[in-house]
Every structure is written in structure tokens, then in C-alpha cells.
Design a protein. Structure first.
Length: 127
């Protein structure tokens, strides 16, 4: 034993857990379906699934309802857990918002292009 006082410091980190991402009828790459997170740290980058005819509202702790989880959310669930994609319906485009403007001219890669349809999309996604 040394003849003088010594100070010891404890060093630890949060426990690691596996998060499983359930696309809830959507699709995503197999490599994005699980992620290791550390308790008391943020989730970090989260995958973005896709679903035809719907927009991605985010990841939630339940299939419907639940608490939304973002990349900044601190991991507070003590154990392996699943996050569920939730979806909203895409609004229909009002045909009155699409017009044909023959006066439009475009150059692409140095070549003049004929008039094209100009789609004006003014729908706002909401829950």
C-alpha cells in the first residue's frame, strides 16, 4: 500500500440496447431495421422508411399513438425495444393547380426544350 492518499475515479457509460424499427407496412433496407443505442444518450440518426401513397410522420413507441421519438430524443427505455413508423395519407393534387404554359422555354445541357407542363403543388401535409 502506498504511504499517501490516492484518489480513484469511477468511469462508466450507459447500458447498450437494441432498437428494432418496424416500418408498419412501409419498406426500408434490411440494414436499417436495427440500431444499438446507449441509455441516457440521444437516439442519433434514425432511418427513413417509405410507403407508397403515404408520407412518413415519424417513429413512435406504439403502432398507433405513443410518444414520438426523434434523433434528439434521449433513450429512457431500459431495455431492447421497438419503434414503429406512423404514416399519414398524401393529399390529392387539385387539378385546378396544374396548367399548361406554352410560353415557358427551357434549356437543358445547352439544348432548347419545348414547353412543358408546369405543376404547381400547394398542398400542405398535416396530421
Amino acid at each position: 500500500m502506498p504511504n499517501e492518499d490516492i484518489t480513484l475515479f469511477a468511469k462508466w457509460s450507459g447500458k447498450e440496447y437494441t432498437v428494432t424499427f418496424d416500418a408498419n407496412e412501409g419498406t426500408m433496407p434490411e440494414s436499417d431495421k436495427t440500431k444499438t443505442v446507449i441509455y441516457s444518450q440521444s437516439y442519433g440518426t434514425l432511418p427513413t422508411p417509405t410507403k407508397v401513397g403515404a408520407y412518413f410522420k415519424g417513429w413512435f413507441t406504439e403502432r398507433t399513438g405513443g410518444r414520438q421519438i426523434t434523433s434528439d430524443t434521449i433513450v429512457t427505455i431500459p431495455g431492447n425495444h421497438t419503434l414503429y413508423a406512423q404514416w399519414g395519407g398524401k393529399p390529392q393534387i387539385d387539378e385546378n393547380l396544374i396548367r399548361f404554359d406554352q410560353t415557358l422555354e427551357f434549356d437543358y445541357n445547352g439544348q432548347h426544350q419545348p414547353a412543358v407542363y408546369e405543376a404547381i403543388y400547394q398542398a400542405v401535409y398535416s396530421d
